[in-house]
Design a binder for this molecule. Structure first.
Ligand SMILES: Cc1cc2nc3c(=O)[nH]c(=O)nc-3n(C[C@H](O)[C@H](O)[C@H](O)COP(=O)(O)OP(=O)(O)OC[C@H]3O[C@@H](n4cnc5c(N)ncnc54)[C@H](O)[C@@H]3O)c2cc1C
Length: 806
């Protein structure tokens, strides 16, 4: 008889053990964990065990915070030690810019309830007597951070999982995952098949190849990763905090009376191939003194005593990294019951607890219980999992871990996966390109004589004045944006209208020719997406969504379309999107078309088939800039002709994404992934007007009705900082009187308003009036300096939307 399990976890590293443990904690007893060799034998056994809780984002910090709590209590719960030691972290800054970065982290720490503070360079030796300090600008101390013994954590989690009913089998490799009709049905092993409802691919650096056999893209790649261990040294005690010198690319901690030091060199060494030999278990790569040289130098610069220390071990172990440095956690697109938890970018020990719990909740509840979009497998394209792309990108990913965390930082490697048909036109206009979801996109345009290259800074960056010009053009004359990276989905078929009616919170049962802005919500009433749906023909809807949501939204619509007469076609690359925005947009477009562009024939929120410069164009009258304007959907082959026709006069300015962002924030337009996440509802976001609660049924309706009855306990506010020179980037804490009440979700300079504008959720008491909310005293903590800000529930620019409809 075929063996049966409810879920099979593939891989017995720290991640698989954590997923199995948390599944049993949630009451699923019928769990199998299969490990091809021995628990921990992949990457986990040789990790350095650092558990630093203050990460780059609130979600990441919360996940690691939970891990630390778990590792501290597991021994009492399971009888197995984890080696948890609360030694703290000490992070030093060599430059004033790095100190600003640390101050920004300290500010964030308040919002995630992690104690952290900066200290002067002179105080560093009190915590780390061997540390050189004469070249330091300051440091940050995080007292409750710690370290663990990774193999022990894994064994403790496995013991907890077994106690909860899980069966853990070693020396059983999963050879294949069985699938029928897009749903997982079981796994094949050397010992026979096991039928199951779900698999969790926790196969570490093996995960990509295993997933590929089922057509699932898991973009990760093994990269060499190093540390060295010395013999015991005078002055080294177990109490020393973990020392991180980010500018020197190294971390340093005590290990059996000596020092263990490793780090993230700026140019890493990816494996040539990810074909891994069958007997790779408790294995390492060759020592490579040349590659380690930069880390050795950094460590000796910080701890001069290391110069004469005897190195007893130089370890080169592979670790899986991903293109954006975030791990991959969640259900795969298009294959129900196939979950992935892999690619932990050298943070798998620290993240395992939180990530394992989050994924177990997702599996048990059938949906994520928190915002995990930064880790969602659907945030990337299948082509991101190709070897050429990964090996090129992996050169820089590990180094980013300790590199300066500049706002707007763009990857430098593996660029140009997707180029807009007008890319050459943008380049000729001296665009400085960024990348999103594989696309090259113009961020800003440099004037003649000014290099189109962003110089990063925490203050105003070098593009400020140029982006300001583009922003003003959209407000005062007209700007042309290449928005080709927008995802475009055609949803058609006899059941398409009914399907979209169920998915969309707004009323999309509109006549052909109308465009509706709508949320797609989850059962919790939170945003799965925020998009426009245009009714373009009998049983045909054209769905336009953000660049990053391409795979995710197609998957969301398709998974709800099972059994219905609906087809969903991704047409993203077939259409170019040119956004003509500004008070002169109508006159400029009229030069290239005979179509009637007047308000009666072509009102705001409508879609028309028109001819522009001889090309058939689907024109939608909407604007993300908050101005009179049209998004023109042009067949890729016709795009340059239309671009040229629109640019023919001297009253159109090509504009980039930095301008679009400052325009939308000034106009109070929320962005998916920033203001709108699976944890935020339209009522909290102030977008109740986009929800049609009169509709008898749509996903999320019940949750919204309950929330409306109870009142919301957090609301989105728009801010304008009082100091016109202030620079905010997003993620800065918001203080109401003396208390942290939230963090900014987006920020930019509002060039029309003449000051920084921002948005962010603040906690409030249910039923608190809008007037009381906005009249409170608010401050934004920008790298340790609190700046006063005015708050509003209405947009700073054109709150009534008159310009859109002009
Ligand atoms: C030098 C170094 C230092 C590090 N230091 C730290 C640190 O200080 N802090 C931190 O948080 N992280 C650190 N890491 C990262 C951390 O080790 C990893 O992120 C983590 O161990 C990944 O765990 P995993 O379970 O995903 O992978 P793995 O431990 O590799 O587990 C995957 C398992 O899957 C098994 N498997 C594969 N294919 C199959 C199959 N078909 N069937 C059954 N089983 C299969 C493998 O045998 C393996 O045991 C470090 C990594 C390195 C290399």
């Amino acid at each position: 008889m075929t063996e049966h399990a409810r879920v099979v976890v593939i891989g017995g590293g720290v991640i698989g053990a954590s997923v199995a443990y948390h599944l049993t904690r949630l009451g699923w007893r019928d769990v199998r964990l299969l490990e091809r060799r021995t628990l921990t034998c992949g990457t986990t056994w040789h990790a350095a065990g650092l558990v630093g809780r203050l990460r780059g984002s609130r979600t990441a910090s919360r996940l690691v915070k939970y891990s630390a709590e778990l590792y501290a209590r597991l021994p009492a719960e399971t009888g197995f030690e984890t080696g948890w030691r609360r030694c703290g972290s000490l992070i030093v800054a060599r430059t004033p810019e790095r100190l600003t970065q640390l101050r920004r982290s300290v500010a964030l720490s308040r919002a995630v309830d992690i104690e952290a503070h900066t200290i002067g360079a002179g105080e560093v030796t009190r915590h780390w007597p061997l540390c050189r300090t004469d070249d330091l600008a300051g440091a940050m101390l995080i007292p409750d951070d710690g370290r663990v013994i990774p193999a022990d954590v894994t064994q403790a989690l496995a013991a907890g999982a077994r106690a909860g009913g899980a069966v853990i089998r070693e020396d059983v490799a999963v050879r294949a995952v069985a699938v029928r009709d897009g749903v997982v049905t079981g796994v094949e092993t050397a010992e026979g098949p096991i039928a199951c409802e779900a698999v969790v691919n926790c196969a570490g650096m093996w995960a990509r190849a295993l997933a590929r056999d089922n057509g699932v893209a898991v973009p990760l790649w093994p990269v060499e990763h190093f540390y060295a261990v010395t013999r015991p040294m005078a002055g080294v005690t177990p109490e020393l905090p973990v020392l991180r010198d980010l500018d020197g690319c190294v971390y340093i901690r005590e290990e059996v009376g000596g020092l263990l030091f490793g780090g993230f060199e700026p140019h890493a060494n990816p494996w040539k191939s990810d074909a891994i030999s069958e007997d790779f278990a408790f294995s390492l790569s060759k020592e490579d003194g040349d590659q380690f040289e930069v880390l050795m130098r950094g460590a000796v610069e910080r701890i001069p005593a290391l110069d004469s220390a005897e190195i007893q071990l130089l370890l080169n172990g592979p670790e899986s990294f991903t293109p954006d440095g975030n791990f991959i956690l969640g259900e795969a697109s298009g294959l129900r019951g196939y979950f992935v938890a892999a690619g932990f970018n050298s943070g798998g020990i620290a993240s395992a607890g939180g990530a394992g719990r989050a994924l177990a909740e997702w599996i048990v509840n059938g949906a994520p219980t928190m915002d995990l979009i930064a880790y969602d497998p659907r945030r990337m394209l299948p082509r991101h999992a190709e070897a050429d792309f990964l090996t090129a990108r992996m050169r820089e990913v590990p180094g980013n871990h300790y590199a300066m965390a500049w706002p707007n930082k763009e990857p430098e490697t593996a660029r140009g996966l997707l180029r807009s048909p007008v890319h050459g036109r943008l380049a000729a206009r001296r665009a400085c390109f960024g990348t999103k979801m594989g696309w090259e996109r113009a961020n800003w345009f440099a004037p003649e004589g000014f290099p189109p290259r962003t110089v990063y800074a925490f203050g105003r960056q070098n593009w400020f004045a140029h982006s300001a010009r583009e922003h003003r053009a959209a407000r005062e004359t007209a700007a042309l944006f290449d928005q080709t990276s927008f995802a475009k989905l055609l949803v058609e078929g006899p059941d398409a209208g009914a399907l979209l009616d169920r998915l969309a919170a707004n009323d999309v049962a509109v006549p052909i020719g109308r465009t509706v802005y709508t949320p797609l919500l989850n059962e919790r009433g939170g945003y799965e997406s925020d998009l426009t749906i245009s009714h373009v023909g009998p049983d045909a809807w054209f769905v336009v969504t953000g660049s990053a949501q391409r795979v995710r939204d197609a998957d969301w619509i398709r998974r709800h379309a099972r059994g219905l007469r609906v087809t969903v076609t991704d047409q993203t690359e077939a259409w170019s999107t040119l956004g003509l925005m500004g008070p002169r947009a109508r006159d400029i477009l009229a030069r290239a078309t005979d179509a009637d562009l007047g308000n009666a024939a072509f009102p705001y929120g409508s879609v028309r088939q028109i001819t522009v410069a001889g090309a058939a164009v689907r024109a939608i009258r909407v604007s993300y800039a908050g101005e009179l304007g049209w998004e023109l959907y042009v067949r890729a082959a016709d795009a340059t002709g239309v671009w040229d026709a629109l640019m023919a006069g001297d009253d159109v300015t090509p504009a980039g994404y930095y301008a679009l962002d400052s325009l939308r924030i000034e106009k109070g337009y929320r962005a998916w992934g920033r203001e709108l996440t699976p944890d935020d509802t339209p009522l909290q976001a102030g977008l109740g007007f986009t929800v049609s609660l009169d509709k008898p049924s749509f996903i999320g309706r019940d949750a919204l009705l309950a929330q409306r009855a109870q009142g919301v306990s957090r609301r989105l506010l728009l801010f304008a900082l009082d100091d016109p020179e202030a620079v905010a980037w997003g993620d800065e804490p918001i203080y109401r009187e003396a208390e942290v009440v939230g963090t900014l979700t987006s920020a930019a300079h509002g060039h029309t308003l003449g000051r920084a504008v921002a948005m962010g959720y603040v906690s409030c008491t249910p039923g608190e009036s809008g007037e009381a909310l906005v009249s409170a005293r608010y401050e934004i903590d920008v790298a340790g300096t609190r700046l006063t800000a005015a708050a509003s529930l209405r947009a700073w620019h054109d709150p009534a939307g008159a310009r859109l409809r002009s």
